[in-house]
Design a protein around this ligand. Sequence first.
Ligand code: ADP
Length: 382
Amino acid sequence: MDTGQAIKILLVDDRKEDILSLEVVLANANYQFDKATSGREALRILLKEHEFALILIDVQMPLLDGFETAQLIRESEKLKHIPIIFLTANNDRPNNIFKGYQAGAVDFMIKPLVPEIIRAKVAVFAELYRKTNELLIQKQNLLIVNKELEHRSEELARSNKNLEKFAYVASHDMQEPLRTIISYIELIQKKFGHSIDADMEKYMEYVVGAGYRMRELITGLLEYSRADSEEMPFQDVNGNDILKAVLANLHGSIEDNKATVQYDAIPKIKASYMQMVQLFQNLISNGIKFTHDSVPEIKVSYKKIDGYHLFAIADNGIGIEPEYKDKIFEIFKRLHPIGEYGGVGIGLAICKKIIERHKGKIWVESIPNKGSTFCFTISDQL
Ligand code: ADP
């Protein structure tokens, strides 16, 4: 459909001279006229062509009059939207006017026609047609863009899945040779430790250190690629049981750092128990880890909002600069040199995946040097 095309108007009148005078009055480079001298001929034209902006039809015609023709036009699905203007001699009885509107007319004009009025009326319908077509084109374009977007996001999801499958297989298969490297280096250290010089011992330590770090990375990668696995079913889980399990797992680190962890009462929620433990554990252990001199104070709060469970885990640690608020959720993103704080930068990426699987969102609010609050939602419709 092209909006630059001429606007087609169908003129129907059994008097050829009336059609001619209509053509003269309406002469306009943007209009293209099709002409019919009977209702039957009009219907024949409309059978082949239905892209008309308007039909001007004389009421008094032999055989099929204007009203009957309009009635038949209105019965066709393809044609019923075309506006019709009835043209009639002024000696028509008023009930004929009523009959015209019943047949679905949009307007009625009494002959002899006043050129300015008919020109203005036709211009209104022509504009309406043009605008409607423009809208239709925009709608079609939008549909095309939407389809394209859908297609792209499906492709992206597919390639992400493939990548994750690859990461899983690769990291899984790397575990075994790495284990062998680490254990043989440890064996060499044990067996030949007394006969190697200080430099050699230092190098060995580097190798073992790098091996441990690689093991951490591989384990993280494996965990990450499993995070949206369907094998972790959603079930009714008691929020407080999750926290109790997390605090038991973190017992050593809480004691070592003299940390305090307070938490609100959390109701039963639908979620994957294993993943909830992993999520809370990652966030609480980060809250304990990313501090300088202060004793870690963690507060877990809960609120029910429309459609979601909202959780917040606040700490009094080093905080996060605003420009890193989104970056920290990317895989392998860390903000500090290795050695300053432990970790491989995968914990928050796993949290994000877990939350997405639970149809929620995760974000952080933070004041550098004062503390961070990690907030997340979980849908209550799982
Ligand atoms: P990791 O803890 O293994 O480094 P994460 O994915 O858990 O990885 O975190 C990514 C980075 O985000 C961290 O290296 C740290 O710089 C920052 N970060 C995470 N949690 C906190 C926190 N509670 N306070 C300050 N910084 C944090």
